[in-house]
Design a protein around this ligand. Structure first.
Ligand SMILES: [Zn+2]
Length: 95
């Protein structure tokens, strides 16, 4: 039921974006109405950090990437309810 609702919603977003570019269908917490702050928790994360050694022997971080092998969950930043059913849509909109 949630899956059907979210796919029809993303279709609406695409259509309204085409017809009215200024109208954006924001992700909104269904529990408290928050639409600005969200956080994500990842299980079993492997973090890879690339360093460059400087002439004085110190190291500077060049690049850091992480990969999750476990569950990734999305939460509301305001009421902290689990919004993982919106996670796919969320991850498509990270730029
Ligand atoms: Zn909320």
């Amino acid at each position: 039921m949630i899956r059907i609702r979210s796919s029809s919603r993303s279709l609406m977003t695409r259509m309204s974006r085409h017809q009215h570019p200024q109208v954006v269908n924001l992700l909104k917490c269904p529990y408290c109405g928050n639409e600005t702050s969200f956080f994500e928790i990842s299980d079993d994360v492997i973090t890879t950090t690339h360093y460059v050694q400087n002439q004085d022997g110190s190291f500077t971080i060049e690049n850091r990437s992480s990969q999750s092998l476990g569950d990734v969950k999305l939460f509301c930043g305001n009421c902290e309810e689990d919004l993982s059913s919106f996670h796919q849509r969320f991850s498509e909109m990270i730029f």
